[in-house]
Design a protein around this ligand. Structure first.
Ligand code: S3P
Length: 177
């Protein structure tokens, strides 16, 4: 790889950004750091994500998310796992694209439903999706798909393989990029 500044993972909730991100950091070596923008946000706010949505609302959450993303993307040698909604703001897309290689981790809708169902309550948008989570996920993927597409330099499917195989494919594709 021609030494990108950062590798930024984007994709829908449950696509595996955090898990794959940590493995990727390990494969890249000690010079690299792993950063999870959702975790940063929780640290800065001193509240969990459901609490932030509940007490301050989604717009305040998105404002903070943007501040974190714009700050973090100034650094380098970082594997950055982002929240699934990072592509909702144009300024975030511009910041991540100019700061390194943006990887869109995709996963089949049923896989997303299964993975996000493992931690009910962790994700406020899924929690309020109602009975038919699959229909909700399909609708959201329809809306967000074009945004992920627009933001991504490379696309890697994360439905069926383990995190190490996925991380290795990211490195292969990033090298060719
Ligand atoms: C969100 C995704 C979540 C988190 C928040 C909103 C979204 O992150 O930022 O619940 O809008 O897709 P993960 O993608 O890590 O679950």
């Amino acid at each position: 790889m021609d030494s990108p500044q950062n590798i930024i993972l984007i994709g829908f909730m449950g696509s595996g950004k955090s898990t794959v991100g940590r493995v990727l950091r390990r494969l890249l070596g000690e010079e690299w750091r792993y950063i999870d923008t959702d975790k940063r946000l929780v640290e800065v706010m001193g509240k969990t994500i459901p609490e932030i949505f509940e007490t301050e609302g989604e717009i305040a959450f998105r404002d903070r998310e943007s501040q974190i993303v714009l700050g973090v993307t100034m650094g380098q040698n970082q594997v950055i796992a982002t929240g699934g909604g990072v592509v909702l703001r144009e300024e975030n897309i511009a910041a991540i694209r100019s700061s390194g290689i943006v990887v869109w981790l995709t996963a089949r809708p049923e896989v997303i439903v299964e993975r996000t169902g493992r931690k009910p309550g962790k994700r406020p948008l899924i929690a309020k999706a109602g009975e038919d989570v699959l229909a909700y996920v399909l609708g959201m993927l329809g809306e967000r798909g074009p945004l992920y597409q627009k933001a991504a330099h490379i696309i890697v499917d994360a439905s069926d393989r383990g995190p190490e195989a996925i991380a290795r494919e990211i490195l292969r594709k990033a090298e060719r990029h």
